[in-house]
Design a protein around this ligand. Structure first.
Ligand code: WT7
Length: 675
């Protein structure tokens, strides 16, 4: 065992009990003991319908539901017959109840001055948000967008992105947000799959002092769609963010001009609980990214309840003492959907939005924001925490972080060293850490500590949230013993579960509902390996499929392989994950070059740029190795486990790639289950 792994085992065995609320400066813990958690959890599992209808009572309904749950595996209908509107519950309800002047979104953008102080900063109250959202909803309607039409949103992290999402929700037009780091090709794939009539974008967004040319990428995507005869887009609505010079084409409309003309009267559409709220594309082990479908009522209720309890969100008139919640994710991912916008606004605690990079213009940028806005809840990814560790303690030490009460992490397993650093250097050695495990498909956090109730261990996401009947099991649904590895599965439906893969029912069933079943009843299979320790805590041990998690961003290895083989210089490619100090998982590509192409540094650079062009910079391989052939089993399957161990530097043949073709070496290293 290496020194590091011994240290990490020591950390993993430490137990941190929740502090008293006053120790972190909170007025109370909403769930304040393990017993209270357990009592509520047991109730939520024994009688989910009464538990969730109790929660739903706190929201606004145009018409109450006829039934809480109709479950015909894998089809779930929650609050069927009910009519509600997510935008109303996020925005209008707060205004109607007299809270219109309270801050809803606090935004900091680039550019910044040399000290990191923002030159661009805005606060939108619920009333401001209502005005902007209603106007934009009218703009969308004036372009012929109506209930059921899918609107693509490709923007930077400006409040207008949240406004666009909420405007869509208001009129029942499902949105499909595409992360601003994706390429033109990736946009074209997603817009084509969703058959989206409208794209909302920005002229550009700021990132580390540079403009990301979002509108240009959209133009290019539209050209790509035209070229292959699938161009559904009728309007491109472009928000002027950074005076970037753009071309105006015949589909283009100017957000700023349209908004000036728009009326701010637009009642919320009375939508069915099960109408689609949004589509969000995510990677799987095969094929193109799939559009995960989420619907209105269940998603709204589940994300709001998890946000409330996981982050201990308390509005001012209930004793919250000016809480400010900040999630550093981008709205292009599910974390931004659920825990910047939809789960936070109903809780009436301001949500901070941030445009830019964590180390621009200084590595203290995040901590300066925490200090400036007196952030109380902070939610980020392990990859960011590892980067901060590397940049040095002097950066957080230069700022006043005493306002922090709860620290969250999400996206990938957090290594115990990073967990300890987070707690000690950011959380004053006292703030509870909530390591939240969930997925695009689960809509909201499903395994997570509650800060005032759950004893935590560094590296464990601990216990299931209310209503989540999660188990570790084998394919027959038999539960694993203590500390025995198995599949992460969920036996019962929950309100924010995915309702499908857009346009591909077969894929929905195959991916999630065909791995684990007991007595003929399928369980939801999350695609992760996991175990539970003697306290019942979950420990996530990695994916069961060919999905990798790079800096908390989910990628299919096959997507990267397809991008590589699309290049003329590549005959065959195999992509696997490899350990990476900051990213958690890095991308390793093994490539067989085409005749006439020499595998050298120049080709490495060309291929990296090519992958960025095909997918986005996040998919660039960290390591490319050329080989005359890929190691395969007798049945012709690429030996991924072998490649993973080579990429990790675990095998003796690391230094000599020519031995990849030496079948005797390969046969010795390959384990039998690869065949
Ligand atoms: C996959 C889902 C959930 C929003 C961001 C990622 C991994 C996520 C954790 C965690 C260990 C985690 C899993 C999961 N994952 N959170 N706290 N501990 N692993 O959403 O892109 O849909 O990815 O991320 O492997 O299946 P996503």
């Amino acid at each position: 065992m290496s020194k590091n792994s011994i240290e990490s085992t020591l950390h993993e065995n430490r137990i941190f009990n929740p502090p008293a609320p006053s120790e972190v400066g909170a007025s109370e813990w909403l769930i304040s003991s393990l017993d209270q958690y357990q009592e509520m959890y047991d109730r939520s599992i024994a009688d989910p319908e009464s538990f969730w209808s109790g929660v739903a009572e706190d929201f606004h309904w145009f018409k109450k539901w006829d039934s809480v749950l109709e479950w015909n595996a894998p089809e779930a209908k929650w609050f069927n017959g009910g009519k509600t509107n997510v935008c109303y519950n996020c925005v209008d309800r707060q205004v109607d109840n007299g809270y219109g002047d309270e801050p809803a979104i606090i935004w900091e953008g680039e550019p910044v001055d040399d000290s990191g102080a923002p030159l661009d900063q805005r606060t939108l109250t619920y009333k401001d948000l209502q005005t902007e959202v209603t106007k934009l909803a009218n703009v969308l309607k004036s372009k012929g967008i109506k209930k059921g039409d899918i609107v693509t949103i490709y923007m930077g992290m400006v409040p207008e992105l949240a406004i666009a999402m909420l405007a869509c929700a208001r009129i029942g037009a499902p949105h499909s947000v595409i992360f601003g780091g994706f390429s033109a090709q990736a946009i074209a794939d997603r817009v084509g799959d969703a058959n989206s009539k409208m794209i909302i974008t920005c002229d550009g967004s700021w990132r580390r002092g540079k403009v990301v040319p979002l509108k240009n990428n959209v133009d290019e995507a539209i050209q790509l769609m035209k070229d292959n005869g699938n161009q559904p887009v009728e309007h491109v609505l472009c928000f002027g963010r950074c005076h970037n010079d753009i071309k105006w084409g015949e589909l283009d409309r100017c957000w700023n001009e349209e908004m000036e003309k728009a009326s701010d009267e637009c009642p919320c559409e009375e939508l069915d609980s099960e109408d689609m709220l949004f589509l969000l594309y995510t990677s799987g082990s095969t094929g193109k990214p799939k559009g995960i479908v989420h619907t209105n009522a269940g998603y709204m209720i589940y994300t709001a309840l998890t946000a409330k309890y996981t982050f201990n969100l308390i509005p001012n008139d209930q004793g919250g003492q000016n809480q400010v919640y900040w999630c550093t994710a981008d709205c292009g991912w599910i974390t931004g959907h659920s825990y910047i916008v939809y789960g936070i606004l109903p809780n009436r605690v301001p949500s901070l939005m941030f445009e830019g990079g964590p180390d621009y213009p200084t590595a203290a940028r995040f901590w300066q924001i925490v200090e400036r806005h007196k952030v109380t809840q902070f939610y980020t990814a392990p990859t960011a925490i590892r980067a901060f560790m590397k940049w040095g303690d002097e950066h957080p030490e230069s700022c006043d972080l005493n306002s922090l009460q709860v620290l969250g992490t999400v996206g990938e397993p957090i290594n115990p060293e990073a967990w300890m650093w987070y707690r000690n250097k950011i959380g004053r050695g006292i703030c509870p850490i909530v390591d939240t495990y969930w997925q695009t498909e689960t809509g909201g956090q499903i395994i997570t500590p509650l800060p005032g109730a759950t004893p935590t261990k560094p590296g464990s996401c601990t216990l299931p949230f209310f209503g989540i009947d999660a188990i570790v099991c084998d394919e027959a649904g038999n539960e694993a013993g203590v500390n025995q590895g198995g599949l992460m599965a969920i036996r019962k439906p929950w309100p924010s579960m995915l309702r499908g893969v857009y346009g591909d029912r077969q894929r929905f069933i195959e991916t999630y509902w065909s791995t684990v079943a007991k007595d003929g009843e399928p369980y939801y299979a999350a695609g992760d390996n996991t175990r539970r320790d003697e306290m019942g805590n979950f420990w996530i041990m990695g994916r069961t499929d060919d999905v990798i998690n790079v800096s908390g961003h989910r990628l299919g290895t096959m997507e990267v392989e397809s991008a590589l083989v699309a290049h003329e210089s590549v005959v065959e490619a195999a992509v696997v994950g490899m350990p990476h100090e900051i990213k958690g998982t890095g991308i390793a590509a093994f490539v067989t070059p085409a005749p006439g192409f020499d595998g050298g540094d120049e080709l490495i650079q060309t291929l990296r740029a090519h992958v960025a062009e095909e997918i986005g910079a996040i998919a660039k391989p960290d390591m490319i190795r050329f080989t005359a052939a890929l190691p395969k089993t007798r049945s012709g399957k690429i030996m991924r486990r072998l490649l993973r161990s080579i990429a990790a530097g675990d095998t003796e043949i690391t230094q000599d790639i020519t031995t990849l073709e030496d079948l005797s070496v390969v046969a010795k290293l390959a384990s039998s289950d690869e065949e």
